[in-house]
Design a protein around this ligand. Sequence first.
Ligand code: ADE
Length: 268
Amino acid sequence: MIFDVITIFPGFFSSILEHGLLKRALAAGHAQICLHDLRDYADDRHRTVDDRPFGGGPGMVFKPEPLFRAVEALKTASVEGSFPIVLLSPQGRLLKQAVAEGFARQARIILICGRYEGVDERVAENLATDELSIGDYVLSGGELAAAVVMEAVTRLLPGVLGNEESPEQDSFTSSSTTPEGSTALGRQGRHGLLDFPQYTRPTDFRGWRVPEVLLSGNHKAIRQWRHRQALVRTWRKRPEVLLDLPLSSDDRQVLQESQGSTCQPLKA
Ligand code: ADE
């Protein structure tokens, strides 16, 4: 997987390239991140990439020409066929796990980091194939958002996570869309539910005990407990997530039982 990132702040990415999952994935050759300074595609000696908005108003807007030039140069240099050209912006569709899973099946993605005052609309309309937001809040540029996308996608690439950290076990993972060759396909994914609670030693911390079932060694009981916890927790914390999920009759029963007790959803 190749990520081409078009940005006015290539230096922004140095810390994520040098730490954790992305560093490991790059070193092992699972992914490649190519940073492209948008100013290299300006056509004046001041390397201008923005200008004042027509119609007035505060701030500056990214000009279309450098962005088109940058993307066209990457397309020309690429041997792959078509690939997503993603404009990061608060107006885009929301990044969800399913979106990351879709990107993880691509050989290459271009990420365009916009800026919050704006990007000339002709970029969204005629250059980008996708406009993507990482949440309903405004950042001052798309760089953080691009980093989030790269992390979310890279950890889904085959071989990046070991069996122990399988993406199948993650909250929100879809049941059938993990990329082929992904690790630990034998394990049961939880079909888009939030994660079950995890505990480690000590078994008793300040009087708060680890649930006995986890200490029992009974793997079937543990699996069942975890699934129920994931269900009830999703209902309590993110009830809207359950609306999209196929629930078995056992699942419905668990939810019904839990609703009479302490498990009201946390928000309306
Ligand atoms: N640029 C500014 N805010 C953003 C957001 N919420 N998501 C993606 N890109 C952005």
